[in-house]
Design a protein around this ligand. Sequence first.
Ligand code: NDP
Length: 434
Amino acid sequence: KQKNAHQLEFLQAVEEIFLSLVPVFEKHPEYIKHNILSRIVEPDRIISFRITWQDDQNNVQVNRGYRVQFNNVVGPYKGGLRFHPTVNESIMKFLAFEQIFKNSLTGLPIGGGKGGSDFDPKGKSDSEIMRFCQAFMTELYRHIGPDVDVPAGDIGVGGREIGYLYGQYKRIRGAYEAGVLTGKQPRYGGSLARKEATGYGLIYFVEQMLQDAKLSFLNKTVVVSGSGNVAIYAIEKAQHFGAKVVACSDSNGYIYDPDGIDLKLVKEIKEVKGDRIKTYVDYRSNATYTEGCNNIWTIPCDIALPCATQNEIDGEAARTLLANGVKVVAEGANMPSNLEAINIFLDNGVLFGPAKAANAGGVAVSALEMAQNSGRNYWSFNEVDEKLHGIMKSIYLESKTAAENYGHPGNLVVGSNIAGFVKVANGMISEGVY
Ligand code: NDP
């Protein structure tokens, strides 16, 4: 704690995992002997670098870039790149740390990493985004590779940015190494269903939670935060399963549509026009817009799906959701609920799907994209979607079983942390001390 005193998000992520691991250490003293905890919280390396680029007015701009290569016991470092002004070392480390266990849970050969920059893509022209991505990759390329470290997208990094990053990597390396980045557009090496994977995967995970509780999505009221990649495809699949999604948001505020969100309109606003979510109410007479995001959790719902960013549900929001009768909370974003909120859900019988299990669908399909790139072939949308569905079912089952085996039945936080951790810890022991 002293070493990382100012890294609050990282400490929060470590605390959540370590609290879950108490029963593991009681059963497995070998993890203590091998000092696994002290080793696993220290990243293999953190790369931090300057990015210099020119804006449209020819001003020279400087940003900071990061790549945290946390653990590669299970496979090459793997995790997204985030471009957002809030990016700092603590956020990069928390995301990379979480990614180790999430990636291990998928059952696929991928280790944990994360990266990004404090660059703010909002309001930037397409040329500025391209020049920034090229400058970013001009430094990053020397640290990554299909068998070394495979970045993908995250907040502020979608198909367009991955395209510019990949183009620059190829230019520098002079080789066609498609497996160096995932989230590429399908026409040049990307996987079909990658764009949909995190959102769809979240809904497949919740489907399992509901089935076990003898419930279903049919006619359930759902609130989703965010209106980015994860949120949009979570809404799409929830609607497909018969749910009524009534709200979503962006970083300025949220919309409430009592008739159910018109997803085609949301896609037009966010994906095509790149506009703010508030413009939704210009087209839908019964919909309302509220400035500020926090109060989105005051909207009564059966299922709450936070899909925007970290720490968006605190104790107060959790108590409000509970008072309004929420039955399921599942995390599309990374660490959207703080520890107090998680405990409120778990202590009051709310079915809670933690991020590292519930949102693992994106990275799982990224690993499938790597497999397609190595095999130099393409799978159909349905083939990938079916594999995704199977992976989410097995993540749910593994988390549920670990929770039962370690004396916390129904607690998927404990279950997913343990199931993800044990594989990595065993790998570390078998590879010796280094
Ligand atoms: P996007 O950039 O596509 O969308 C993010 C959404 O969240 C936008 O609507 C954005 O609003 C909103 N948002 C961002 N920051 C804040 C904030 N500080 N307060 C309120 N709202 C905010 O990102 P993704 O959908 O890809 O990622 C969302 C979350 O899911 C992140 O936590 C990410 O780490 C996680 N995740 C993503 C995966 C993926 O495959 N993409 C995989 C697994 C997890 P605005 O438009 O105003 O910026």
